[in-house]
Design a protein. Sequence first.
Length: 336
Amino acid sequence: MTIKDIAKLAGVSVSTVSRVLNDHPDVSETAKEKVLAVVNEYNYIPNTSARDLGKSSSDNIGLVVRGISNPFYTKIITEIADKIEKAGYTMVMQQIGTSDDEILAAARMERDKRLLGIIFLGGRLNYTKEQVSAINVPFVCCTFNNQYGTLDKSDYSSVCIDDNQAAYEAVEYLFKEGHRRIAVLLSGPDDGSVSQVRFAGYERALNDFGIELDENLIIPINSYNIADAYEGMKAWLKKNNDFSAVFAISDNMAMGAMKALREAGISIPKDVAVIGIDGIEASEYMNPVLSTLCQPMEEMGDEAVKLVVDIIKGKKNHKHILLSTTLREGESFREV
């Protein structure tokens, strides 16, 4: 879509559209409302890079971080920044909220900063070809892939762990220690996010180990936030469900759950075992130390940069990398 198309749809002149997009004051409110209505309806993104045609070519690689306060991303961001600089490029980062549209944010940044490529750190798992058509440079999904979407694998790259298998292994560790009543703390079992993938791994493990799925042991909180996990676990404990272990799909959620358990007078791991996934630094300083499956954060960042740089340089096509987790035994689970 061009400003000529917007002008036609809004019933105004091209110059009026231009003035609205450039925030000039000499436009009537009526005309402004008409133009902005069309812009919003068609998700039009102004091509501001045209103003910079006289400048030298860009060396920018974008990083869009979904989830402003997620501590899991800290080491990955540091690694990405370091590797981008060493590769001779400049990192341009934008952090967005968990409910914001990372595709729209990336498309705007691509045009404003004249990006050569984009790394998404966290994002949805259900992109379509139509949705990503706003992006005209190669992109890499880091820490996730497009499992529930319809993109062809040749259209993008990804680097992540096998979330389904990691969840399976977390339940397997608990099962081998004798646990059979294993609660799962998650964002949601069918929310289209990594929560859904890990819940599928939880279900698969229960099925393989001959344990019937108990709906009462599913604790959905619609968030990955530590405070929400604390409140969600505290409310769930009031229902007096019989359980001996908690599998939290992230360390953040596990830490919130552990606080709620302690406040309820439940000893960890004497009364209840807890295991998470991620390996964030703060979880090492819990009392007791959280048992968790650690993601290879630095390796993820390193591989994401290699992928996007190789594609920018035309050395390789898109690729999908699965990395393994490692168990940090910690102190939060034991044999029953």
